[in-house]
Design a protein around this ligand. Structure first.
Ligand SMILES: [Zn+2]
Length: 443
């Protein structure tokens, strides 16, 4: 396919995005103002649906409760490329613009992802007859692995099975018709806009109950078993394990106490803890899992408390597909300038794009600019709409054009050169293998 012709298509699509600049910005800002937590993004999903109707993009909604999947069909059959945006906010009640009732705020910038995929919708719709295959613009729920109690409730009601939005979408078959996918995450940055690639850790979650015996903390301490002391011993044992972790495994173990006692003059009879265990590989994660279970047991054993450990699947390691990364980088550098895309190695954070990256060619670059502060922090704030919404829309559009123009030669080459680490079945079996519970009592 003639290079000049393809560049012409990109320019035409960019003009269409510029023409709808105000609408794209207005959508992004409107989502910022009404942040919603994972699997509850109903208003946000409706905003996406309204935008699809405006652009005349057919869509399905209500996927994994709130997912919205728009579909653009090219002139001739070919591969399907998904451009993904995440619907959910996170919880940070300290953020000055957090929702007063829920504490939700888009401090991970997901609102900008949604504006960008809608922007790409405007651009791609205008040149659709020049493309082969299909483009799925996919607004997906619940990336942040938070609010575990609520999600467990949904699972108990049979509404979801897994805590991650993309995991649920894979389970229900919403990714069965997609061959290749990419997502662009926003990041903070006040200087020239740059983009970065990182691989990410896998994680699993634990909900732990230490059960002791409540008693009068001063009058009858000998009759009590202090569950908070059990957790203190467990914490010490966990910290002792940290020196056994290999640097290259990028292990992180962190948790919060969600119930720590009821009254200061009562020996805490029950303590609840939520934990995330992260590592670069599944093999390392298995080792961490085993060690942390021992540490938690040690807490119970130390004071004679019972320990229940419920373990649940989190996300898989993120692998960036190098050929797709090359295609994206070429287009990002055309917009951001040469040398503005960098490989930053590994990050200890996690994303459910990791799960998708085990099933199909995927990338998850970060476009850093347009926001003050730090991701997830109380100071995270938009200051440049073009960098946050319009530039990512153009990079996504240009990447899809490279992948699907002509007879979709570039997408086909990437798909043919790829062998997935997991099949859908082996993936779901693997997730299920992380779901187990054990009880330990030393009384
Ligand atoms: Zn995020």
């Amino acid at each position: 396919m003639n290079r000049k012709y393809i560049e012409g298509l990109k320019q035409a699509a960019f003009e269409e995005i510029d023409l709808h600049r105000q609408r794209i910005i207005e959508l992004g800002k409107s989502i910022w103002k009404e942040p919603e937590q994972g699997f509850q993004e109903y208003k946000t999903a409706e905003k996406v649906a309204a935008a699809f109707r405006e652009i005349d993009i057919p869509f399905e909604s209500g996927l994994a409760l709130t997912g919205v999947k728009g579909r653009l069909t090219g002139a001739t059959p070919g591969p399907t490329v998904a451009v993904i945006g995440e619907l959910d906010a996170l919880i940070n009640p300290d953020h000055p613009e957090a929702d007063k009732d829920t504490g939700a705020v888009h401090a991970c910038g997901h609102f900008a992802q949604i504006a960008a995929i809608i922007g790409a919708g405007y651009g791609l719709k205008s040149i659709l007859p020049k493309l082969s295959g299909e483009v799925v613009l996919f607004a997906v729920p619940a990336e942040e692995g938070i609010n575990l109690d609520f999600r467990k409730g949904l699972r108990d009601e049979g509404k979801i099975k897994y805590i991650g939005g993309k995991q649920e979408l894979v389970r229900i078959g919403a990714f069965d018709d997609i061959d290749l996918s990419f997502m662009q995450h926003n990041g903070e940055g006040e200087g020239p806009v740059k983009a970065t690639f990182r691989t990410n850790n896998a994680f699993i979650t634990k909900v732990v109950r230490f059960s002791g015996k409540a008693s009068h903390a001063a009058g009858a301490p000998e009759k009590g078993i202090n569950a908070l002391q059990a957790y203190t011993i467990a914490q010490a044992a966990i910290n002792a394990q940290r020196e056994t972790f290999k640097d290259e495994d990028a292990v992180r173990v962190h948790g919060i106490v969600t119930r720590g006692g009821t009254s200061v003059n009562v020996t805490p009879g029950e303590v609840m803890v939520e934990m995330l265990l992260r590592a670069k590989t599944l093999e390392a994660l298995k080792d961490v899992d085993k060690k942390i279970n021992l540490s938690l047991r040690a807490g119970g054993m130390g004071v004679g408390a019972a320990v229940e450990i419920a373990t649940y699947p989190g996300y898989l390691p993120l692998v960036q597909n190098s050929q797709l990364a090359d295609c994206w980088t070429r287009n990002a550098e055309a917009v951001l300038g040469a040398g503005q895309v960098k490989d930053m190695g590994h990050s200890a954070g996690s994303t459910d794009m990791g799960d998708l990256s085990q099933l199909m060619p995927c990338i998850h670059p970060l476009i850093e600019g347009g926001f003050y502060g730090t991701l997830h922090g109380s100071d995270f704030k938009l200051f440049d709409e073009d960098t946050a919404f319009i530039i990512p829309a153009k990079i996504a559009t240009a990447t899809v054009i490279d992948l699907l123009s002509g007879e979709a030669e570039e997408a086909t080459r990437i798909i043919e050169g790829y062998s997935p680490p997991l099949t859908k079945k082996s993936y779901l079996d693997l997730l299920d293998s992380y779901s187990y519970s054990e009880e330990f009592s030393s009384i």
